[in-house]
Design a protein. Structure first.
Length: 136
């Protein structure tokens, strides 16, 4: 008998730090992809990614709320094919070139949104440094 995963969160795109025009483009993209869109409030930067994605076992942090000026896109509960198609749809809808993108993983779901963005920025710098080194 196979084990069943209970309370699996919905497949969704979580966005943080985008203005109204880009948020509307994300809404259009999510609609086309038949995926839920979660627009994260500015004060959610100190919350754990697992909580923001709706995973069980996570709860809101108590105390002072944290904000962040960066923009980030997080894909939750999407398989590889759907993720690829969603990113392609984002590009075709004018949402290309967003450097801070991630899929929820067992490791990053425990990070706060700000910690995840820090990690994504580090990875982005390393990747672009390696590319520059190869181009030289």
């Amino acid at each position: 008998m196979k084990a069943r995963i209970m309370n699996t969160p919905e497949e969704k795109i979580l966005i943080y730090g985008f203005d109204g025009e880009k948020t509307e483009k994300f809404r259009q993209t999510a609609m086309r992809m038949k995926t839920k869109l979660a627009v994260l409030p500015p004060e959610s930067a100190g919350e754990q990614v697992g909580y923001l994605a709706g995973f069980s076992g996570f709860s809101a942090k108590e105390g002072e709320k944290q904000t962040d000026s960066r923009q980030c896109v997080i894909f939750s509960c999407m398989d590889g094919k759907k993720l690829s198609r969603t990113v392609d749809e984002m590009r075709s809808n004018g949402l290309g070139g967003i450097p801070l993108k991630a899929a929820v993983t067992a490791v990053n779901q425990k990070m706060t949104l700000s910690e995840l963005m820090d990690e994504l920025e580090k990875e982005h710098r390393i990747m672009h440094k390696e590319k520059e080194d190869k181009d030289v």
